[in-house]
Design a protein around this ligand. Structure first.
Ligand SMILES: Cc1ncc(COP(=O)(O)O)c(C=O)c1O
Length: 384
């Protein structure tokens, strides 16, 4: 299966199983077991305990390794668990980490925990500003550089190739949170990153039925390290949840295309409304990194921000809408909205939010797979 393109691999998940199912089942069996009998295993591979290794989870890990073009993967029980696993693998007490200031609120909170408990120094920077980045890398012993692209919620597009080159010049490791773009659109490891990680809760599973994550390492050495720490810290995903994730995967490509198409229509509609002061969608020509977004991603995800002229108006819209749920996650078939300053990024101060362009009336949209005419009619009636 190694020469096949991503969407072909995603349509044949069972081919990534560590051994052949004797019945040729179209879904690889769920090995819902804690332990394995060592006496029964004749091959090289020995499964002993599901926290360490499990054939169902290994199938998904092999698939993710292939589609991200890495050397190994660990599937974790949540998306934030793979960010934690990354920190546990790379950082030690007193380490320094450099993070794009516009990051997911849960990552921000986790950084605070690591800072308080392990005396980690966290440097926040604007990753569009290479001079600032180089200055920090030159003057501090940075062990790890981490960013998202697109960032959540600011939707900046980071030049991953350039940041990888700069990071490696100073012998640091570079990790990319690929939750928004997903591997169908963007391959951080091919652009030079050492780790690509993602919340599979979002677009990858696509149905909002489960929380999960995964981290893929570029080299064998780093892959062995994440596997070791995942076992030590008990970060691995349970087989039943792996199964739920695999149900959405074969349709990822067509869903991403549809999310992109629908979201562009809604973003363009909102841009024309007098109660909206700004729309930030990387697929629009008005986005400052629009050109890079098109070069770096095959499909642009259906998440964007619209700044309402006031918080009251944003809240009125959310209250009155009949289709859009007020939900904090993104990437599902149903359209949803949230106010980052109040929900997903509530742990940021007003100043920290302003620095990444988020106002109190900013609404983050995750556009689903509904008929776009229904969505526009719903926005019109909600704001009347
Ligand atoms: C960019 C990003 N990374 C990581 C996570 C954490 O994923 P999970 O919610 O599956 O733990 C999220 C969740 O919203 C996210 O937006």
């Amino acid at each position: 299966m190694n020469n096949f393109k991503v969407e072909t691999a995603l349509s044949h998940i069972t081919k990534y199983a560590p051994f052949e199912d004797i019945a040729g089942a179209s879904h690889f069996p769920i090995y819902n077991t804690a332990t394995f009998d060592l006496k029964k295993q004749k091959g090289n591979k020995i499964y002993d305990y599901t926290r360490s290794d499990n054939p169902t989870r290994e199938t998904l890990e092999n698939l993710f390794t292939k589609v991200e073009n890495g050397s190994g993967c660990v599937c974790t029980h949540t998306g934030i668990a793979c960010v934690a696993l990354l920190f546990e693998t790379v950082l030690k007490a007193n380490s320094h980490i450099l993070v794009e200031a516009d990051c997911y609120g849960g990552t921000f909170r986790l950084l605070k925990v690591f800072k308080e408990k392990y005396n980690i120094t966290v440097h926040f920077a604007d990753f569009l500003d290479f001079e600032q980045l180089e200055e920090i890398l030159k003057n501090n012993p940075i062990d790890l550089v981490l960013c998202e692209s697109p960032t959540n919620p600011g939707l900046k597009i980071i030049d991953l190739k350039e940041v990888a080159t700069l990071t490696h010049k100073y012998n640091s490791l570079f990790a990319v949170d690929n939750s928004l773009a997903t591997f169908i659109s963007q391959k951080p490891l091919e652009l030079g990153a050492d780790f690509s990680l993602f919340s599979t809760t979002k677009y990858i599973s696509g149905h909002g039925a489960v929380v999960a994550g995964a981290i893929v390492a570029k080299t064998k050495e780093l892959a062995e390290k994440i596997h070791y720490y995942a076992n030590a810290h008990g970060r691995s995903q349970n087989p039943m949840d792996v199964y739920l994730i695999t149900l959405g995967i074969p349709t990822l490509k067509i869903r991403m295309k549809e999310h992109q198409k629908n979201s562009i229509k809604i973003a363009k509609f909102l841009k024309k409304q007098e109660y909206i002061t700004k729309v930030t969608h990387p697929a629009l020509k008005s986005h400052p990194q629009h050109k890079l977004a098109k070069e770096q991603m095959r499909y642009i995800p259906g998440v964007f921000c619209a700044n309402f002229s006031s918080l009251e108006l944003a809240e009125k819209f959310i209250e009155n809408t009949k289709i859009f749920g007020e939900k904090c996650s993104f990437g599902s078939a149903d359209s949803r909205v949230e106010i980052p300053a109040k929900i997903s990024h509530a742990s940021f101060s007003k100043e920290e939010l302003e620095a990444i362009g988020i106002e109190e009336g900013t609404v983050r949209f995750s556009i689903g797979l509904e008929n776009v005419k229904d969505l526009i009619a719903d926005i019109k009636q909600a704001i009347k």
